[in-house]
Design a protein around this ligand. Structure first.
Ligand SMILES: *[C@@H]1O[C@H](CO)[C@@H](O)[C@H](O)[C@H]1NC(C)=O
Ligand SMILES: *[C@@H]1O[C@H](CO)[C@@H](O)[C@H](O)[C@H]1NC(C)=O
Ligand SMILES: *[C@@H]1O[C@H](CO)[C@@H](O)[C@H](O)[C@H]1NC(C)=O
Ligand SMILES: *[C@@H]1O[C@H](CO)[C@@H](O)[C@H](O)[C@H]1NC(C)=O
Length: 236
């Protein structure tokens, strides 16, 4: 039995080595991948995120410590229930979304229309999700690196940064994973979570957000607004 375990570990190690050859050229890095339903299930930790909005990096790094997501299969085929668990300024927030997989595209309708594909990556246990978020007439592009691990390597983050560059997106915000993830709400009923599933964003709010994020003063104003609203979230 022990022998079997050793062999299995050795073989898995080789497989992941085989997969982790860096994918360096832009042509390779923007290649969409086939999405397999079973590959999506389980726990994923957000490592970094890049968008098409200047200033979003500063904002994300100022307010968001980290996020992880739990994906489970829903009863209907090709639908999933996502639970996003986010740590913002030391507080834990949850958001539930329903996701579908149709024509190799992942779609979430709420809080805004999100349509995504998976891109190629040299990281063996990662997902690189490239999405269009559409609110009214505005579309924001978004690139996320998620991993099964709590923290990926510097080389893997570097590849992700290159990927954002290839797509003409802003330099990615890197999550602060030293601060510890919020726990799984289903396992820790004593922890206080604020559920934001029903919070949505309007087209006007998104335009304001884009405007604020385009200048340094705007980012400061936004930061103050967020701090004030965070102070009113009672979790202790
Ligand atoms: C997800 O789908 C279920 C079943 O259709 C529905 O009851 C629930 O409200 C949906 N949740 C969200 C966040 O849209
Ligand atoms: C999926 O692709 C097929 C064939 O290209 C197309 O007919 C169908 O409308 C697509 N479905 C959706 C939901 O986009
Ligand atoms: C995002 O939008 C662009 C331009 O409208 C389109 O070409 C691309 O296919 C979209 N991507 C996804 C994942 O829907
Ligand atoms: C959760 O909130 C309640 C009421 O606000 C408080 O009594 C309790 O100590 C909090 N628990 C934790 C783990 O913060």
């Amino acid at each position: 039995m022990m022998e079997f375990v050793h062999v299995a570990v050795a073989v898995l190690g080789l497989l992941s080595l085989g997969h982790s050859a860096p994918v360096t050229s832009c042509e390779n890095l923007i290649q969409p991948l086939e999405i397999y339903r079973s590959q999506l299930l389980g726990k994923w930790v957000l490592q970094g995120e890049s968008t098409s909005i200047p200033g979003s990096k500063i904002l994300v790094q100022m307010v968001m410590e980290n996020t992880w997501v739990k994906i489970t299969a829903a009863s209907e085929a090709d639908t999933f229930n996502n639970l996003q668990i986010q740590k913002t300024m030391g507080k834990c927030f949850t958001r539930k979304t329903n996701m579908t997989l149709v024509n190799n595209t992942l779609t979430v309708e709420l809080p805004f229309q999100n349509s995504a594909v998976l891109l190629n990556t040299g990281c063996p246990d990662c997902l690189v999700i490239f999405a269009n978020n559409t609110v009214g007439r505005t579309t924001v592009k978004d690139l996320q690196l998620l991993s099964r691990r709590t923290k990926v390597s510097a080389a893997e983050l570097e590849e992700f940064t290159k990927q954002a560059e290839c797509l003409n997106l802003q330099p990615p915000a890197i999550m602060d994973l030293e601060k510890g993830l919020c726990p799984d709400p289903s396992l820790t009923p004593e922890t206080n979570f604020t559920d934001v599933t029903t919070h949505t964003i309007s087209s006007d709010e998104l335009s304001l957000l884009e405007e604020l994020l385009s200048s340094e003063d705007g980012v400061k104003t936004l930061f103050d607004m967020i701090q004030r609203s965070m102070a009113s979230v009672k979790q202790d």
